[in-house]
Design a binder for this molecule. Sequence first.
Ligand code: AMP
Length: 206
Amino acid sequence: MKLIFLGPPGAGKGTQAAGVSAHLGVPHISTGDMFRSAISNQTPTGLEAKRYIDAGQLVPDSVTIAMVRERLAMDDCKAGYLLDGFPRTVEQAIALDEISAPDAVVDIDVPDERLLSRLTGRRICGKCHGTFHISKLADAHTCPVCGGEVYQRSDDMPETIATRLKAYHESTEPLIGYYTGLGKLRRVNGDNQLEEVFKAILASLE
Ligand code: AMP
């Protein structure tokens, strides 16, 4: 199955994608994770992407599309894919339709007023890459799953979050209309317990 998770930053796409990709047996492909790994490896793509990511802006389509094209050509994508964070513009969606069109698009819907506290409280484990909300951590610095050290993403600061939400509304939200027109859009309420959202996603795919 070829699947896309749409939704604003902080909607829970990454967390849900990890569970759903394991359930469906398709690779979880997060363009945000790919960029962060390219930045830490100091590749040309990482060096190009860093200034946009730090500013909360979208990385240019040409860079992002080239990276995804290469990733989708890999063997593990023969079974399908679960794309998390791509496409984020109509131009990217058109490119994806040419590379390998999705079967379904799940829009995980969370109101803006809930996103700010989700994003400013988000912590990532440097070791197992799990995502947690600070309110759920017994120790604000330690991963409850593997004991690794947790950190806050540099783009999860309030001033950068405002720019990211603006980019979402201006550039990414139009994809809801794009995929509705193609009859591929499924909408799920993301403002709920993790397990409930997971069940709703699977039900939307039946
Ligand atoms: P994410 O982890 O999905 O929130 O992505 C983190 C950042 O990476 C975004 O704020 C963008 O700067 C960049 N990024 C990720 N995916 C894309 C994309 N499809 N198009 C452009 N920029 C992206």
